[in-house]
Structures are given as C-alpha cells and as structure tokens.
Design a protein around this ligand. Structure first.
Ligand SMILES: [Cu+2]
Ligand SMILES: [Zn+2]
Length: 171
C-alpha cells in the first residue's frame, strides 16, 4: 500500500512537470527573426494539447497556425530568394500523410485550428489540437501565417495561409 501511494505521487509530479511549455513568438521576414509579439503557452488536457496565445501587434482576422517540423525560425533560400522562416520545414507530419487537413483528421499532425486576432491586433483565444501529445512538441516550431486556413490543399496548398509571419521555436 505504501509503495502504491509513492508511485502514484511520482506519476503526478512527472505529469505536472511536463504539462506546461511556453513558446516565445517573434515576427519573421526574409532577413530573419525580428520583434517579439508575445508567447503561446501549451498545456496538456485529456482531450489533447491546448495552445493559449498571448500575442499582440498582429493584423486582425484569422491566421493559419501550425506545428512545423524543425526547431528553427530562420529564413532559407528557395529559387534564388530568401523565404521567411523556411528553415522550420513543413507541417509536422510523422505519418507522412502529405496532406493538409483538419486538426481532427489523419492529415498532417501539425495542423492546428486557425488563430483569431481581434480588431486591436491581439490573439488570446485558445485552440485545441486533439491528436497531439506532449512528446510531439519538443524541437519543433510554431508558425502563424499571413493568411487564413481552409484546412485543405485546394484551392491553394497548405490551407492557403501563404507566407510565414510569426514563428517560435519549441525548446
Ligand atoms: Cu504553417
Ligand atoms: Zn498542414
């Protein structure tokens, strides 16, 4: 009985230690990473991972929001020009689905619900990614795009969000 209680409390401790991750988010452009715009905190729930943004100074509206493969927000050259945050790689896709889809289907595991930025330029609405686990997060990056996200590859690839605007490395 004593042993049972000890292992239970150890489990609880380990759970709470892993539960919270804070990601510092910054504007990105072809020259690199620039001004900080706030952070996103990530917590585990019994329904999946919850992403709670606390961001400011962004263009109002909906913005595509994804977990990208690599822990980098640096620009990278493509077709002879520097592309903002291209070093982050594509949407996190461990099952190699090669498909941009809704957060609750079997496409890219990194596909998150879009982020809402209010008329004052603040993003404070949390979103839920039901299939993601804490173990998926380490050494990846979070990305906010210029445009929205229709959670499909048509009419435009990757939800149509276009250029990468805000990025943060998950440490
Ligand atoms: Cu993205
Ligand atoms: Zn995707």
């Amino acid at each position: 009985m004593k042993l049972k209680l000890t292992s239970l409390s150890l489990m609880l401790c380990a759970g709470s230690a892993m539960a919270d991750t804070t990601v510092q988010m910054s504007m990105v452009d072809a020259k690199g990473v620039s001004a900080s715009v706030g952070q996103v905190s990530i917590t585990e729930s019994k329904y999946g991972m919850v992403f709670s943004p606390s961001l400011k100074g962004l263009p109002p509206g909906l913005h595509g929001f994804h977990l990208h493969q690599n822990p980098s927000c640096e620009p990278k050259e493509k077709d002879g020009k520097m592309v903002p945050a291209l070093a982050a790689g594509g949407h996190y896709d461990p099952s190699d689905s090669k498909r941009h889809d809704t957060p609750w289907s079997d496409g890219h595991l990194g596909d998150l619900p879009a982020l809402f930025v209010d008329a004052e330029g603040n993003a404070n609405q949390p979103v839920l990614a039901p299939r993601l686990k804490t173990a998926d997060l380490a050494s990846r990056s979070l990305m906010v795009h210029v445009g929205g996200d229709n959670h499909a590859d048509h009419p435009a690839p990757l939800g149509g969000g276009g250029a990468r605007m805000v990025c943060g490395v998950i440490k």
